[in-house]
Design a protein around this ligand. Structure first.
Ligand code: DOR
Ligand code: ZN
Length: 430
C-alpha cells in the first residue's frame, strides 16, 4: 500500500492549510493535521491545491510529426503544466478518423502514463468535410472516443454538421467545432482589422467565426444535440453564445490562454510565432473574452497547444504554420489575465481549467472535488512563484512559444495522477 502525505496545502486557496493523506491513489483524509507513519511527505506549505487540469484541445502530433512533438514529450509538457488529462486532436498523419489510429494514441498515452490521453476522433474522413467518419466505431473502440472534431478545419457543410450532431447525440458524445466559414477566410493571414491592413495581410474576419457559431447553435438546438465551440476568439462569438445559452441551447465553449492575453498589436513585429488560427484579435475582443470566461458564457480554458518545427515558424509570415505552444504556460496566463485582475478566484480557476472541461468531455474521474474518497488527481500551485519562459527549456520538442522571455506568475510545483506524482519541482516523472 502506498501512502503520500501532502502537508500544508490550501485546497482552492480557501481557508487555512490542511494535510491531505493519499492512500493507493485515493484521498483518505483531509484535516488540519494528519500524522501518518512511514508515508512519503510532500511539503506543500504555501501552495494551492486544485483538481488536475483537463485540456480539451491539445495537438500531440503523433502519429506523423514526431519531429515536433510526441505523445511522450507532450505528456511531459502536460504534467509540468498541471494537466492530468488531455484531448489529443485528430489532425495527425494519418488522421485519427478510425479505430486503429485512436486506439494507437490511447495505448501510447497509457504506456507513457503521465497524463490521461484521450484521442479526439475526426468528424469527417480525412478532415475533408465531406463524408462522416465512423464515429460509432471510434466510440465503441478501446479508446472510448466521446469528443469528435475536425479541428484545423471547419465542418462547413451544414448537412454534414447536422448528421454529425445526430450521431454524436445518439453516442452521448460531442462535436467540437473549429468555427471558420472557409469561404470567408480564403488566403487569410491575420485578423481582418487595422493591424493587418497596415501590413497588407489578407484578413480573417470575425464574422467567419461568428456566423458558423450562430449556425451551429441553431443546428444543435434543432437536433437536440450538444455542441462545443473550440477556441472562441471574438466578442461577437461570446454574444452569440450568451444568446444561445439563454434560450437553452446545449452549447459549451473554450477560450485559449493566448486569446485572453494577446492581441493583434503583436503583428507589428511580423514574427510568425504570433500566427495562429483563429488569429489574435483586437484588445477589446480579448477583454470581452476575459469577461465572458468570468461570467461562464465561455465555459473553460483550452490550450490549443500546437507545436511546430522551426522551419515552419522561422520563415516569412505567409508561409508559416499557425499555432503556438500552450501546455506549460496555460496556468500562468490564466493567473495573469484572470486571477490578478480579480476576475476569477482559485475556485474559479478549478472550474475553468478542470471541472467544466471534465464535464464537457464526460470524464467521471477528473475535475473531482478535493475530498475523502476522491482520486488524488491534483495540481499543486505556488501562487507566489515566478518564472521566465524559455522555449528551449520547455518539455515540448518544438519551441514556438509567444511568451519567450516573459516573466509569468504562478508555478505548478507538483502534479499528481491518481496519487502518483507525474511532475515535481519542474521535472516530469520518467
Ligand atoms: O493555430 C492552429 N493550429 N489552429 C488550428 O486550428 C490547428 C492548429 C494546428 O494543428 O497547428
Ligand atoms: Zn482549431
Amino acid at each position: 500500500m502506498s501512502t503520500l502525505l501532502i502537508r500544508g496545502a490550501r485546497p482552492y486557496g480557501e481557508g487555512g492549510p490542511v494535510d491531505i493523506l493519499v492512500r493507493d491513489g485515493v484521498i483518505a483524509e483531509v484535516a488540519g493535521r494528519v500524522d501518518a507513519d512511514g508515508a512519503e511527505v510532500l511539503d506543500a506549505g504555501g501552495l494551492v491545491a486544485l483538481p488536475g487540469f483537463v485540456d480539451l484541445h491539445t495537438h500531440l502530433r503523433e502519429p506523423g510529426r514526431e519531429d515536433t512533438e510526441t505523445i511522450e514529450t507532450g505528456s511531459r509538457a502536460a504534467a509540468l503544466g498541471g494537466y492530468t488529462a488531455v484531448f489529443a486532436m485528430a489532425n495527425t498523419d494519418p488522421v485519427a478518423d478510425n479505430a486503429v489510429v485512436v486506439e494507437h494514441v490511447w495505448r501510447r498515452g497509457r504506456e507513457v502514463g503521465l497524463v490521461d490521453v484521450h484521442p479526439v476522433g475526426a468528424v469527417t474522413v480525412g478532415l475533408r468535410g465531406e463524408r462522416l467518419a465512423e464515429l460509432g466505431t471510434m466510440a465503441r473502440s478501446a479508446a472510448g472516443v466521446r469528443v469528435f472534431s475536425d479541428d484545423g478545419h471547419c465542418v462547413a457543410d451544414p448537412l454534414v454538421m447536422r448528421r454529425a450532431l445526430e450521431y454524436t447525440k445518439a453516442l452521448d458524445a460531442v462535436v467540437a467545432q473549429h468555427a471558420e466559414e472557409p469561404r470567408l477566410t480564403v488566403g487569410a493571414q491575420a485578423h481582418e482589422g487595422e493591424a493587418a491592413a497596415r501590413l497588407g495581410l489578407a484578413g480573417w474576419p470575425a464574422v467567419a467565426e461568428e456566423s458558423i457559431v450562430a449556425r451551429d447553435c441553431l443546428l444543435a438546438r434543432h437536433v437536440g444535440a450538444r455542441l462545443h465551440v473550440c477556441h472562441v476568439s471574438t466578442e461577437g462569438t461570446a454574444d452569440v453564445l450568451r444568446w444561445a445559452k439563454a434560450r437553452g441551447t446545449r452549447v459549451s465553449a473554450e477560450v485559449t490562454p493566448h486569446h485572453l492575453l494577446l492581441d493583434d498589436s503583436r503583428l507589428s513585429g511580423y514574427d510568425p510565432v504570433n500566427k495562429v488560427n483563429p488569429p489574435l484579435r483586437t484588445g477589446s475582443d480579448a477583454a470581452a473574452l476575459r469577461a465572458a470566461l468570468a461570467e461562464g458564457v465561455v465555459d473553460c480554458v483550452a490550450t490549443d497547444h500546437a507545436p511546430h518545427a522551426a522551419q515552419d515558424k522561422d520563415c516569412e509570415w505567409s508561409a508559416a504554420r499557425p499555432g503556438m505552444l500552450g501546455l506549460q504556460t496555460a496556468l500562468p496566463i490564466v493567473v495573469r489575465t484572470m486571477v490578478e485582475p480579480g476576475l476569477l478566484d482559485w475556485r474559479g480557476v478549478a472550474r475553468v481549467m478542470s471541472e467544466r472541461p471534465a464535464e464537457i468531455a464526460g470524464l467521471p474521474d477528473q475535475g473531482r472535488p478535493i475530498a475523502v474518497g476522491e482520486p488524488a488527481t491534483l495540481a499543486l500551485v505556488d501562487p507566489a512563484g515566478r518564472w521566465t519562459v524559455r522555449g528551449a527549456d520547455l518539455a515540448s520538442i518544438a519551441a514556438n512559444t509567444p511568451y519567450e522571455g516573459m516573466e509569468l506568475p504562478g508555478t505548478v510545483v507538483a502534479t499528481l495522477l491518481r496519487g502518483t506524482p507525474t511532475a515535481r519541482d519542474g521535472k516530469a516523472a520518467s
